[in-house]
Design a protein around this ligand. Sequence first.
Ligand SMILES: [Zn+2]
Length: 418
Amino acid sequence: MSNPDSLAGQVVATDAGWRVPGIANLHSHAFQRAMAGLAEHQTNPEDSFWTWREIMYRFAARMTPESTYAVATQLYAEMLEAGYTRVCEFHYVHHQPDGTPYADPAAMSKALIAAARDTGIRMTLLPVLYMTGGFDGRELSARQRRFGHDVDGFLHLLDTLRPLQDDGLRVGCAFHSLRAVPEAAMREVLAALPPDAPVHIHIAEQVGEVQDCLALRNARPVEWLLREFPVDRRWTLVHATHLTPGETRGVAGSGATVAICPTTEANLGDGLFPLRDFLQAGGRWGIGSDSHVSVSPVEELRWLEYGQRLATRHRNIAVLPGSPSVGRTLLAGVLDSETDASGLPRDAQEGVWLDDDAPALAGASTEDLVDRWLFAGNRPLVRTVRVGGRDVVTGGRHVDRDAIAQRYGATVRQLLAD
Ligand SMILES: [Zn+2]
């Protein structure tokens, strides 16, 4: 269960302002930052996740290691400015557009690592195994080819990347989804992984994939995964939107983290995660900005709570016995899962300082500070962010903001012109 005590000593008044913990962003596809806002016009009265995916594929087809670096540095600088201090990068655009590996098969991974190092965010890189185009085992489509690996090629990529690990970089592993990775391949990869490597998977985001899984495996995705694999604290289930009550209790009991991405799930029309039942079952969870239509832990946490209020017509849903503050309960929840989900231990020196002079925080106390940060207004309140002993955000701005934004602007104009 997320433990309200995990906030003890984490929200404190200092001479430099209110200090709060940095937040882990558990789910990111960096390249999608460049298409945020470009899929908001109707192409079809039945627009859904699946039509959005067509636009995303067209965009993914244009990315190179250079443009990936430019987009990711902008994104990670924005994350730091918003108070995220680590990111789990769910990385699946591995090869050239026709599926041929780059001269260095790890070139795209290394572009992301360079972006994290240059901006100062700590990263868990999750190279994604992507093998099939559906539960029936069909081949990848032409546009999915640059995502694909066989098991040997994938394990070789992990072996190439692991020696790069340090205090700011962890290399884990991701399975794109049950529809994209056959069971035997999952078993082979898990057997080859270091036992403590974080494992992430997209699971049950769409009703369509739940139905396909039921039709071909006679079980729902979460039900099947829990039955077939030893899911525990090293696992992060991304989205897990469509759960039965039994699956909700099953995930909670497994110790796995659910990565909830409220703004993306809203943007894509996915559905609403059963937060109240999951909290009551003692489930562990965190947040991700996923497609980056928003890069703000404030907005993710706020909408996580607001979605539940709209659905239940009640207020103050994300609370636990002994933890009546919604903001503190939410913050304690994300802190509780971050180390297992990211595989990166917390750094005692790391922190985020909020703007003491902001009207939104006038007269704040330790008890109400987090509620006010998360639920009052839209002005960013983050002033200073320290990661790895370095102040990477000062005065609310990333230290390299201007140069990063200039390169990003040129890159996006080029991507849109191609
Ligand atoms: Zn995702």
